[in-house]
Design a protein around this ligand. Sequence first.
Ligand SMILES: Nc1ncnc2c1ncn2[C@@H]1O[C@H](COP(=O)(O)OP(=O)(O)OP(=O)(O)O)[C@@H](O)[C@H]1O
Length: 289
Amino acid sequence: MELRINNISKRYGKQYALKDFTVSLNDGIYGLLGPNGAGKTTLINTILGIIKQDEGSIELDGKDVRKLGSHYYNLVGYLPQYPQFYKNFTCREFMEYMCTLKDVPKSQISNRINELLDLVNLSDSTAKRVGAFSGGMRQRLGIAQALVNDPKILILDEPTAGLDPKERIRFRNIISKLLKERIVILSTHIVSDVEYIAKEVIMIDRGSLVKKGTLKELTEQIADKVWEIHTDDTTANLLMELYSIGNVLATEQGYCLKIVSEKCPASGAVHVVANLDDVFLHYFGKEET
Ligand SMILES: Nc1ncnc2c1ncn2[C@@H]1O[C@H](COP(=O)(O)OP(=O)(O)OP(=O)(O)O)[C@@H](O)[C@H]1O
């Protein structure tokens, strides 16, 4: 399956939320990374058909999704950043309700719910009221409801925001089980989520595609731009003003800084291995003068 986003633009007044955005996606998990206001939500809402682009088209296997109509929308599953639940429903009642909304055949509902609640480790909580769920349980129920119609395109908007590390890892593991014959778009600010599970990363800024590639490709491209330096307090403060800083570690002598910079930031700086945080800083961090 191929989802192709062709030269999408969306304006609010004179400001572009998306500008000539083009990307092609196949089965697998894609991380959508960008700073605040980059256009991630606008892109997601355009793919979901919640908002209409001013220019460009979205095609599924070569067919304009607007012409595919409900057939396309039945293939899409969505977990919003803040999913809303009817708090008085039990977990199972909520899932039954979602199955009905998504036209899951009656004869399949029970099995589908058992299968999905098992996938998200909520089988022991089926009779519990959703209003009494923890944040992590709510997000796991959120992914289960997004999967009721077995979507071929699954969009997750900031799914791990607010979760503790244990729940975040649990959630990540659930998502990584979903990649078969499905396009998963995971929009997030949490770089490590993407680093662990995405086959490719889509980097967006000011409504445009900045870069798309595997973790290996993206980190290799900035391999000569990531530095480490051990320095005293005064120099460290100066460097922190001037450069994008990936990491600061206090040492007995002062500080050890990881710096992302086109040029060597100071004498004594040496190259170190780049990670996705560094890629993020390279494209979206401080502009060097
Ligand atoms: N309904 C709207 N009316 C006016 N401007 C909007 C509207 N929605 C988005 N924008 C603007 O479009 C740009 C992209 O916004 P968008 O919400 O898509 O970014 P984002 O990457 O999702 O940001 P965040 O990470 O903060 O959620 C921003 O400049 C935003 O202010």
